[in-house]
Design a protein around this ligand. Structure first.
Ligand code: GLN
Length: 540
């Protein structure tokens, strides 16, 4: 019998439901259970692909090419599993399905309504995921906040599921906020209200996670217990931390894993979190420290490059090093006369993915600086394209070289629209998306990292290196160390005469996990540490 856990959030958005859900999944994985997770987003977009990363954070791409909410990245990293398109759906996609069915005549003249048609579609998607994944536990995270206009259909759907599956097979977890006043006093009233709203929808939470900026006193726990009908041990403290990987350990310490198992009637097994604890310990006590500059377009909203940040951290774990990020807005670099100052203290430069012309010239400057100064450089998708444009303009003397994405009339479109993209007119879900194989050339940085001839990586792009320029660029010291099996697409480029300058057309950051750091990120950080040592030596 599959068990179902539902996670809702109260009081404020951005309360950490995603990390909580991922951490809860980890507690079950540590006990050897097969777990799958699904995130429901209450907005009308069909998926996250068309959403501005500055507002909503990064678009995470699954193996099968779905453009999803960034929480799927958190789930994959914490659970150590790969998810697919069925682990994320939106109000928009639910309505699309129901309206398409209505147009086909599937409802045989019936009146199509929020209840039961929309709620049935929601329930069916969650049940189907349980059946198809063969999971013992399905965790469903409901996006948004209880009380929002958009969430009631989802809350109603999960209420019905608890009736259908039996209360003993379902568990409701509510993540809420304990507000701390400037005088240090903790307040539980907002939490009481959000639980009351949940109760109005017919749901009594079984377990409450209280996000708080200071340790919760006994008094507040007793008050919530009394007023909200929860036993005290089922009120878990979620203390603020900037080390999110520690959260599963904190939850376990408070007995949350045991409580969840008990409530769901699952077999109690001793948790095995040795590996995870070891990883966290490495994070807390690194031997080295390295600084990486991320030169991007949206640096203020740090969630825009969430998986990149995480993958750098994993690369650090593999090298026993903390990784500090210096955020550099690429726009600023274009008219900055003092690059030596900007990059003086950094051990590596990374240019992440992106779209549109704004900020590009600054990224090309960063790439050129890394190339000339022999600073380790890692280009991800757009970052690879910028690296190619730099080499074309400044070494191959192709004046005005550019990507046709940024200058349609460039005399040298060294980066150009992929052939199968030319006929596409719609923006949503039409890029080259998901996992594709890539063949590696021996005796290259890439081969050295992966140690295998064929790799699979996740993509999200429309443009590619223009094959007409392959020869010209190769003769100027660009090495195409990874290509598609039919050799028609360049997937990785390297600057041959450089300690470590690698650009990938794919997004390696999506596959990096704390317990399995990605080989390219591992080697990039290793090169950065090496560069740091050399620089220190030359200063001595
Ligand atoms: N805009 C570029 C393209 O579409 C790069 C995309 C990316 O960095 N994900 O090819």
């Amino acid at each position: 019998m599959t068990k179902y856990i539902f996670v809702t959030g109260g009081v404020i958005s951005g309360i950490g439901k995603g990390i909580t859900t991922a951490s809860l999944g980890r507690l079950l994985i540590n006990r050897g259970f097969k777990v799958i997770v699904v995130k429901i987003d209450p907005y009308l977009n069909s998926d996250a692909g068309t959403m501005n990363p500055f507002q909503h954070g990064e678009v995470f791409v699954t193996r099968d090419g779905a453009e999803t909410d960034l929480d799927l990245g958190n789930y994959e990293r914490f659970l150590g599993i790969d998810l697919n398109q069925y682990s994320n759906f939106t109000t928009g996609s639910v309505y699309n399905t129901v309206i398409a069915k209505e147009r086909r005549g599937d409802y045989l003249g019936g009146t199509v309504q929020l209840i039961p048609h929309i709620t049935d579609e929601i329930k069916e998607r969650i049940y189907q995921l349980g059946r198809d994944s063969d999971a013992e536990v399905v965790i469903t995270e409901i996006g948004g906040t209880i009380g929002d206009f958009e969430t009631p259909p989802f809350v109603e759907a999960i209420r019905q599921m608890a009736v259908e599956m039996g209360r003993e097979n379902t568990l409701f977890i509510h993540v809420s906020l304990i507000y701390t006043l400037p005088n240090g006093e903790s307040k539980s009233k907002p939490t009481q209200h959000s639980i009351r709203t949940l109760q109005e929808y017919g749901i009594q939470p079984d377990l409450l996670i209280c996000r708080t900026s200071q340790p919760m006193g006994e008094g507040i726990r007793q008050k919530i217990s009394l007023l909200c009908g929860l036993q005290e041990e089922y009120i878990v403290e979620g203390l603020d931390t900037d080390r999110v990987d520690e959260i599963p350990l904190n939850f376990e310490r408070q007995g949350m894993g045991r409580l969840v198992i008990k409530r769901l009637g699952l077999e109690e097994r001793p948790p095995n979190d040795v590996e995870w604890a070891k990883m966290v310990d490495k994070l807390k006590h690194p031997q080295h420290r390295t600084q990486i500059a991320i030169v991007g377009k949206y640096v203020q909203g740090s969630d825009t490059y969430l998986s990149v940040k995480e993958a750098l951290k994993h690369g650090g774990i593999a090298n026993d090093s903390a990784v500090d990020v210096k955020w550099i807005e690429s726009d600023m670099l274009a008219d900055d006369p003092n690059l030596d100052e900007q990059f003086g203290e950094v051990d590596g430069i990374l240019v992440p993915g992106g779209f549109g012309y704004r900020g590009i010239e600054g990224m090309i400057i960063a790439s050129r600086y890394a190339r000339e100064q022999k600073i380790p450089y890692f280009g991800l998708c757009l970052g690879m394209q910028c690296m190619v444009i730099d080499v074309a303009r400044h070494i191959a003397n192709l004046r005005g070289a550019n990507s046709s994405e940024f200058d349609e009339k460039t005399p040298h479109p060294v980066i150009d629209l992929m052939r199968d993209q030319r006929k596409k007119t719609e923006l949503g879900g039409t890029m080259r998306l998901g996992l594709y194989p890539c063949v590696l050339k021996e005796n290259t940085k890439s081969y050295e990292a992966y140690q295998q001839p064929i790799i699979l990586e996740r993509h999200r792009h429309r443009y590619e290196l223009n094959n007409c320029y392959r020869e010209a660029l190769e003769s100027e010291g660009l090495c195409f160390s990874g290509v598609s099996p039919d050799e028609s697409l360049v997937e990785i480029t390297e600057v041959a005469n450089h300690p470590w300058m690698v650009g990938s057309q794919f997004h390696p950051e999506f596959q990096s996990k704390p317990l399995e750091p990605h080989p390219l990120f591992r080697d990039f950080i290793r090169a950065a540490l090496h560069y740091q040592q050399q620089r220190r030596k030359s200063v001595d």
